[in-house]
Design a protein around this ligand. Structure first.
Ligand SMILES: [Zn+2]
Length: 390
């Protein structure tokens, strides 16, 4: 697949021809991704959108363009904006800001080669495209993942009595499950993984909801370990895939408390082992996640987010993600949010990283080319199609 006039495997030598063809043309399923900004943003907001960890404005002494994703945008997206590859940041910004958000989306998204976006439609500070708009702008199909904390917070805002909360929440997610392809939890952000994973009783839930309601928050924010355990178990009981944010995120999250090994008490429960648990992002805990994917039949993982943020160095992350887990247990994701550059570059970097790692093993005689192509298809699309029933 050429991206504009650029061949995405350019510079990678000795990729066997059929593997190169598969890596470039495979129609991907992006199993965890968000929409794109609907409104024009200024340069500050643009640069902040590819710094995940800081919640502050970019300081005056630096530009976020001087980072792996910044370099990757200038390499891969600049030619699509009519610039030379590696065009300077100021030229890139000038060309980008001359286009409307919808024009940018239509130019970049289709080139990601994604046939299906499984979208997290949870909270965003700025308006982002919904699944219908993403489908129209990208040419791919879309489906939706429902965020458990958003459902719980919306329910509290309705003023439901604490004693009725548990039942009302179960009814709300059962209704959401009719359309949604799965659920997502951001327990990592709210309380971390080192909590009591015993399912709380409805009485314990009612007491926790009463404490929460008494806070009188204008925008209710679920951050109680009892309620986090409750919403996770309620979702698991429905059997749809449950996505769990793991690892790297913004600094509000205690990174050391999002090591997925802390989920072992949850994962060891028999009732949890009947539901697919999708460990998202995982960096820098991708090796722990791969171990869990080997250890539990229902655990899957991806390295989305990390690939975009590691840019040219993501090749090593992609190779490391191929170490321990069976190949049926890893899925492709970009975790792109807001900027269509991230949707596109996530796809390009992953295709290049996979071609480089698998190509070397084929060249060295460790793998057959047929197996390499098969593994690309499994991680790029087949596993997601199976797990989500797409
Ligand atoms: Zn995400």
């Amino acid at each position: 697949m050429p991206v504009g006039d650029e061949w995405i495997l350019e510079g990678l030598d000795g990729i066997p021809p059929r593997l190169a063809e598969t890596a470039q043309s495979l129609a991907l399923i992006d199993h965890h991704v968000h929409g794109c900004y609907v409104e024009k943003i200024d340069r500050g907001a643009f640069e902040e959108s590819f710094n995940e960890a800081s919640t502050d404005p970019i300081p005056a002494f630096m530009t976020q363009f001087d980072s792996q994703p910044g370099f990757a945008f200038r390499r891969w997206c600049a030619p699509l904006l009519g610039l030379e590859r590696h065009a300077p940041a100021d030229e890139y910004w000038a060309a980008r800001s001359a286009l409307t958000p919808a024009e940018l989306d239509r130019r970049l998204l289709p080139l990601a080669g994604v046939e299906h976006w499984v979208m997290d439609t949870g909270f965003s500070l700025r308006p982002i495209t919904d699944p219908a708009a993403m489908a129209a702008e990208s040419g791919g199909a879309t489906s939706e993942i429902v965020r458990l904390e958003v459902v719980a917070e919306g329910l509290l805002a309705t003023g439901v009595a604490p004693a009725d909360f548990a039942e009302a929440f179960r009814a709300a997610i059962a209704e959401a499950a009719v359309e949604a392809k799965g659920f997502k939890t951001i327990v990592a952000y709210r309380v971390g993984f080192d909590i009591d994973w015993e399912p709380p009783t409805d009485a314990a839930v009612a007491a926790a909801v009463a404490r929460w309601a008494a806070l009188g928050q204008e925008r209710p924010r679920l951050s109680d370990p009892v309620l986090e355990a409750f919403v996770v178990h309620a979702a698991v009981a429905l059997g749809l895939p449950l996505q769990v944010h793991v690892g790297f995120g913004d600094r509000d999250l205690d990174l050391h408390r999002t090591n997925p090994m802390l989920l072992l008490p949850l994962l060891r429960r028999a009732e949890v082992q009947r539901t697919p648990i999708m460990l998202l992002h995982c960096y820098p805990y991708h090796r722990e996640s791969a171990y869990l994917a080997q250890g539990f039949d229902n655990v899957y993982f991806d390295i989305g987010l990390g690939v975009n943020y590691l840019g040219a160095q993501s090749r090593q992350l992609i190779a490391e993600a191929l170490e321990l887990a069976p190949f049926a247990k890893q899925l492709y994701s970009s975790d792109a949010f807001g900027l269509p550059e991230l949707h596109l570059v996530g796809s390009i970097l992953w295709r290049r990283g996979m071609a480089a790692a698998l190509g070397r093993w084929v060249r060295e005689g460790e793998w057959s080319e047929h197996d390499a192509c098969r593994v690309l298809e499994m991680i790029g699309a087949e596993n997601a199609r199976r797990v989500y029933g797409l």
